[in-house]
Every structure is written in structure tokens, then in C-alpha cells.
Write a protein that binds this ligand. Sequence first.
Ligand SMILES: [Fe+2]
Length: 420
Amino acid sequence: MARTATSTLPREVAAGAASSAEALDATRARWLAAFRRVRGETEARAACLSPEDQIVQSMTDASPTKWHRAHVTWFFETFLLVPNDPTYTIYDERFPFLFNSYYVAAGPRHARPQRGMITRPNHGDVTGYRAHVDAAVEKLIESVPAAKVDEVFRILEIGLHHEQQHQELLITDILHAFVQNPTDPAYDPAWQPPQPALGPRGFVDVPAGIHPVGHDGEGYFFDNETPRHDELIPPMRINRHLVTNAEWVEFIDAGGYATASLWLSDGWATVQEEAWQAPGYWRQQDGAWHSMTLAGLKPIDPAAPVMHVSYYEADAFARFAGKHLPSEAEWEVSARSGLLADAFGIAWQWTRSAYLPYPGYRAAEGALGEYNGKFMVGQMVLRGSSLATPEGHERVSYRNFFYPPSRWQFSGVRLAAFGA
Ligand SMILES: [Fe+2]
């Protein structure tokens, strides 16, 4: 079954919660368990992959598994251990250059397109790096003085959510790599796709009017989900379900990829340049559509939600269908109203909203302020979560964002309708 949004990480410790030694010990234990659970999930996802698999970088947008494992470790080392543990020693002075992603304030970094060139440090070296940082973080969790607990656990929590984001990228990036391999490797031969929800199909009314949008202050959130603000929702309807593969085949068979009038100008140019004729990872074999999945090449399931489509394709399909993509506010109000099946756990859903700051948003000072805010141009928002999103990482106010041509994520389509 598709998932609903839940939270499995401990709530940030409230001021005053550390007032008693007992409460502090309990808080330490919760964070220690959360840290071990998240770090273990990364290694469990990588365990399906050989050291050779973990080196490959199949395109600039994707990163090697080994890099993901090391980068999330660098994040804890740089932002948690170095500022908060005077006894901590950097594991290897060469690693910050290799494993910083885009944090300009944290120092110079290796070029992103060259990450696949790094055969050394090797797989085992990265495993050693993780063990070194794990031990240091666990020691910090267990020994940080009460006066520094709030700050340390605040950064720890960011690091855990950051690592969960990379757990999803680890999966999407290795699938893209496997798609380049003529032998159609399986990430996990036993993997099964999530089943879409049953129930009545079709469009349902969204409550029109002024609604609050953005994080409501309960549980963890990234800064880009704030400030909470009002949005005007017009009279409209939204589809309970995601667009299916069968519906997408109708689009293909009707000449959707060959009809310029359906496409945005940039989208049509991309269709020509990339010779797109179907969603990413689709190919025809023996007269039938197949797709590369985490279990290898499989026949398309007509009833399953379409995945690996770009914003350009989502927009063209909506035009073909005589419908629209919802805005992110329309999606969020619909999800909060309980109108959406498969909002989470199968495919991210493109919205027609550009990734922009909410009214009054300001990024935090310092290196961690680079986390979200500096990317607020040229990208489109996706809502929900995907089959690769770790359990407990999704929430109704979550804003994912990618460039319009991107389709290596598990990205799908939900339609909206306006007017009568
Ligand atoms: Fe990162």
C-alpha cells in the first residue's frame, strides 16, 4: 500500500526538556537510536551494490553511491562534530574537498561532474570514514553537556534528514546508471513496485477559498516550507489518482511526442534534442513497452502510475488531456483535505509552480543557509514523495524541486481541472 506521511525521527528537544538528568538521558537515547537507524538505512541501500557499482557516475546530475555515503558523513563531520567537539580530529584532510557538495562557505570542493573519476578513496576507505564519524557522533550524543544539547541535536536532526534525502538519490542515481548498461542489471531482483490505492477514480472538488499553506510548526521541516501563508484556491477539481501508464500509452499512440502544439517551446526543443518518444527508461521489446525498474527490465503495468516523466512531458500530457497541473498550493490544500490517493510513496507529482521563496522567506545565515534558498530559480516544485523516499521522510508541506527536463527521479503526474 502507498504510504501516508508519518514521522519516525524524534522531535527536536524542547527547551527545558533537558532540565532533569533523566529526561536528558531519554533524549540522548532517542537520538542515538534515530542516528543508528538512519545511518543503517543508507548502508542497507548500498549493500545491494558492489564496490564497482558504487563508483559509477552516469551523468552530471547523478552521483556515485560511494560519494553519497561519504558526503552525508562529511556533513556530520563538518557541521556537527567540528563545531561542537573540541576533541574531534578530521578523519582525512583530503576528504572535505572531495565530499563537500555545494557549500561555498564550507570551503573549496571537487567538481561535481568529476565525482565518478574518484576510485580512491575506495569503497573500504569510505566504510572506514563512516565508522570513524559514527563513533564520534555517538560519543557526542552521549556526552554533550546539557547547555549545548539543543544546538547539537538541532544540527543532528538536519543531518539525519539530509542523509534521508541522499538515500533517495542513491536509489535514483544507481537506477540511471543501470539503465546505461546493456545487460539491464537489477538493483534488487526481489523488488516489487508499490501498489496504487484502489477506490473511486476521477476528479473531486477542492475547497475553494483562502487556505493556509506551508509548514504548521508540528515536527521537522526544511526552511523552504516556511513562512506559512495564505493562498487563494479557485473553484477547481483534482484527480484522486495519478496518471497511469495506460493513459500515457494513449498519449504516445496519439502522437503526443510528435505534436509541437502540445509542448512548451523549451519542452519541444528538448523532445527534438533528446529524441524522446516515451517516458524515461521505457523501451519497446517484442512489440510491448517495457521499463527499467529496480528489479531490472519489466513489462509496463498499464494500471500503475507513470514515472520518469519530466515537467515538460507532464505539462504536454495535461494539455493533451484538456486539463492542467495543480499548483503546489492546490496540491497541498487537496492533500490536507484528504482528497488524494497515492499522494505519497509512489511518484513525486509535478506541479505548475516554480520553485520560489514563500512570502517573507529568508535563508539562514552561514553555510547551512545554502541548503535550500540559493536554488530558488529555474526549477519546478514536485509534491508528495516516491517509492524511493525513506519511510518517515515525507510530509504534506514538503517541497521537492528539479529542473524541467529532469526525469531520472520517480516523477509522475496528477491532473487538475478548472471551470465546469
Ligand atoms: Fe547533500
